[in-house]
Design a binder for this molecule. Structure first.
Ligand SMILES: [Zn+2]
Length: 215
C-alpha cells in the first residue's frame, strides 16, 4: 500500500480492506468516499458498526442474530416449533424466509464441518441442535427451550458444497441414533451446486424447500 497517505487515511484503508471482497483499490475508493461524505453520514456509519457489535448477539435457542435473548422467530408462537431448519450462517435464514414456504424455526450452526480447515463438530452448534431435538437423550435440555413442543422434523439446509454436504451427512447419522423417530430431510436439488444458499433466488430456494426429501 502507498505510504503517501496521512496515517488516519492509511488506517481507514487498511481497516476497510479487511472486509470480504474488498481489495486495496476498492478500500481506497471507499475511504475517499467517506472522506468526501458529510460528518453526519460518516458518523452514522461509524455508529451503526459500533451499535451492531454492542447490541447484536446470538439467540439462546437457535443462534440466529438477535438484539434480545431470543430471536423474533423463536419468540413467534405462530411458527411451527416442531420443525427445525438447520443452516450454516445467520445470513442463510434471510433467503429461507424470503421464500415464504417455511413456517418452522431455525438452528444456525455457525459454519460447516471442514477437516482441512480444522472445523470439527465441537466448533459448531451441533450438540445444541441435538439438545433441542432429543433433550431426554442428552440428559440436560437446553434450558431456554424447556417445555417447547417436540421436534418432528429437521430440515438440513446446509449449502450444497462439499463441506455443507459433509455437515448434513454427519448430523443425519447422529440424529438417526439419537432420535430414530425423527424425520430428517434435505433440501431438494435445484439449488446451484457449489454455491451458497445466500445467493439463491427465492423461486429456486422455494422449490428446493417444497421438494425436500427424506435422507
Ligand atoms: Zn432464535
Amino acid at each position: 500500500m502507498s505510504t503517501s497517505y496521512a496515517p488516519p487515511v492509511q488506517r481507514l484503508i487498511s481497516e476497510l480492506s479487511k472486509l470480504p471482497g474488498i481489495g486495496n483499490r476498492t478500500a481506497q475508493r471507499l475511504a475517499f468516499h467517506i472522506l468526501r461524505a458529510s460528518a453526519d453520514d460518516a458518523a452514522a456509519l461509524a455508529e451503526s458498526i459500533r451499535e451492531v457489535k454492542e447490541r447484536i448477539g446470538l439467540c439462546d435457542v437457535c443462534f440466529n442474530l438477535t438484539d434480545e435473548p431470543r430471536c423474533r422467530i423463536c419468540q413467534d408462537s405462530r411458527r411451527d416449533h416442531g420443525v427445525i431448519c438447520v443452516v450454516e450462517e445467520p445470513s442463510d435464514v434471510i433467503p429461507m424466509e424470503r421464500t415464504h414456504e417455511y413456517q418452522g424455526v431455525y438452528h444456525v450452526l455457525g459454519g460447516a464441518l471442514s477437516p482441512i480447515e480444522g472445523i470439527d463438530p465441537e466448533d459448531l452448534k451441533i450438540a445444541e441442535l441435538f439438545a433441542r431435538v432429543a433433550p431426554d437423550a442428552n440428559g440436560a435440555s437446553a434450558g431456554a427451550d424447556a417445555g417447547a413442543e417436540r421436534v418432528r422434523e429437521v430440515v438440513l439446509a446446509t449449502n450444497p458444497t462439499t463441506t455443507g454436504e459433509a455437515t448434513a451427512l454427519h448430523i443425519d447419522e447422529e440424529l438417526r441414533v439419537r432420535a430414530p423417530e425423527l424425520t430428517v430431510t434435505r433440501l431438494a436439488s435445484g439449488l446451484p451446486v457449489g454455491s451458497d444458499l445466500e445467493y439463491a433466488d427465492e423461486v429456486t430456494l422455494g422449490k428446493a424447500l417444497a421438494g425436500r426429501r427424506s435422507l
